[in-house]
Design a binder for this molecule. Sequence first.
Ligand code: C5P
Length: 230
Amino acid sequence: MTNIADKIIVALDVATKRQALSLVEQLRDQVSFFKVGLQLYTAEGPEIVRAVLSTSAKVWLDLKLYDIPNTVARAVESASNLGVQMLTIHLSGGSEMIRAATAARPNKMLLLGVTVLTSATEQTLREIGIADKVDDQVVRLAKLGVEADIDGIVASAHEIKMLRTEFGDKIKIAVQGIRPTWADPGDQKRFMAPRQAVEAGADYIGIGRPITAHRNPREAVAKVLDELHT
Ligand code: C5P
């Protein structure tokens, strides 16, 4: 990847197609990758994905699929027919589900696996019967994904080093929970600045509210790019 701006993915975490396309229109000459997640997709469906793709931007469809292997495989096919560049599944669905997904994925689409949600704590793992530490569960699920041919992992920025040590450059790493040095952390507790995340080895950094809730989203992106370049 030559251009550092290509690492930035703006999360379109808004309620309507109108708001999403307004952001895309404002930012399209600064960034080329946008994330459509559950909120927007549930409200606007595949139409919003087609609309963002029609600007020649790339789309990360963050649906975090988790279902029986056949259903996940068919949903992967549907996403690839839409033409998205990146899609997420939950690795806790197990190796059979992951293999069904990777087998259904065309070469040009990156399939990323979610290990443990960054909102989860050890207490959350206990509730669902997992006695391990969060980091151990992250590595266990990432291994399951890599063995089943996943292209990359969605991780907290604090997990990058651990994942690079374990898997080297075999996988792409996309991180979220990113807060530029000037931004309000909001509800984020374990955040990291964009530059630190890139230096730690992130391939993609997903940023939402620091850009989308900024009074001037273009200025916010410009400041993030400045931070990355200095
Ligand atoms: O917090 P922010 O608005 O930057 O979040 C952008 C995206 O990253 C959201 O879509 C959210 O689901 C995801 N996220 C995450 N883990 C975090 C924080 C945010 O996956 N710790």
